[in-house]
Design a protein around this ligand. Structure first.
Ligand code: SAM
Length: 315
């Protein structure tokens, strides 16, 4: 399935809920919120996934909010994992509840995990998120024991907050088969503190001449990946601001309230609710029409910031 710019759309992100166990300031800047009673059901998410796979989607990521909060998560995972034609099913999580769930998720068919962790300092972690660093570390350990490989760590660096830890994060990739990715702070949810706090990924790479670039592993991959001598894992830089990657964008998003969004950094949305009630043919029609209208590029550099915050869109 191609959009009007000829980009192959083969990647769907499903934001399973807007609820979250953490309160990260950069993620929850606006007031909007989809209550649990209005979230799509497991069956609806699976039907959306099935329709997307029929249209050519090959990879699906579950995100949120915090996807582990969904009581029916294993049903969603196994329903989507069993779709013929899907090659990759992954999840992004804050890992606060992962230690108890990692083995069941693997058994249900989840293939890969990205875990958000912005600092290696327990007190700072609690200040930034309201959560427990130890729970994240326990979750990573449980995920390794369950057989997830590779595990990716997502880190949003903020100037003067956690940017002194960049080399400590990179060091995690030396002895562990863990990939670390640094995501530039994006202006989402009406917050403009991102400009003041953002760390420019191009500058981080330029200051580390020992990083060796690697070829992309996947179509539409937003990260530029690197290795260095002796490293077991990779170091990735996701740079939507300093190095726009919209030209290769292959993704669409469906959020927990049933709205489809074709660009993280634009507020154009289409509700799939009516089509969901009509069935798969109507759903595929609604999704195809929305995909054709996918904008050429995000507008993070303009005044009109994306209004929904990241915890609603799903990162
Ligand atoms: N709750 C899950 C978690 O914490 O991983 C999944 C949802 S969270 C919205 C997904 C990713 O978006 C996280 O890695 C988070 O760091 C990132 N994120 C949230 N707000 C961001 C922002 N303003 N700029 C860059 N990344 C952001």
């Amino acid at each position: 399935m191609k959009d009007s710019f000829g980009r192959e759309i083969d990647y769907l992100r499903l934001s399973l809920t807007e609820r979250c166990t953490l309160r990260c300031a950069y993620c929850r800047a606006d007031e909007g919120y989809c209550p649990k009673s209005q979230e799509l059901t497991a069956e609806e998410f699976i039907l959306i996934a099935e329709s997307a796979v029929d249209l050519g989607v090959k990879r699906i990521r579950l995100t949120g909010g915090e996807p582990l909060l969904r009581k029916d998560l294993l049903q969603i995972v196994s329903g989507i994992a069993s779709l013929p034609g899907l090659s990759d099913l992954s999840m992004t999580t804050n890992a606060q509840m992962l230690a108890e769930l990692a083995a069941d998720l693997k058994a249900a068919g989840l293939m890969r995990l990205n875990i958000s962790m912005d600092t290696l300092k327990p007190d700072l972690f609690n200040d930034l998120t309201g959560g427990s660093l130890q729970k994240v570390l326990d979750g990573i350990q449980a995920a390794i024991e369950a057989g997830f490989d590779p595990i990716k760590i997502n880190c949003v660096l903020m100037r003067g907050v956690n940017d002194s830890e960049i080399d400590d994060f990179i060091a995690l990739t030396e002895n562990h088969k863990i990939d670390v990715r640094f995501i530039e702070y994006m202006p989402i949810g009406g917050s403009n503190s991102s400009d003041r706090l953002r760390v420019n990924n191009q500058e981080l790479v330029a200051a580390r001449s020992w990083l060796v670039p690697l070829a992309p592993r996947l179509h539409g991959q937003p990260s530029s990946d690197y290795t260095y001598e002796g490293a077991l894992g990779r170091v990735g830089f996701i740079s939507p601001i300093s190095h726009r990657f919209c030209g290769d964008c292959n993704r669409i998003r469906v959020m927990s309230d049933g709205c489809l969004r074709t660009c993280l950094g634009r507020d154009n949305e289409v509700s799939l609710r009516a089509a969901l009630d009509e069935g798969k043919a109507a759903l595929k029609q609604a999704m195809s029409e929305a995909i054709v209208d996918k904008p050429a590029r995000h507008c993070f550099d303009q005044e009109a910031l994306a209004k929904r915050n990241m915890s609603r869109i799903g990162g």
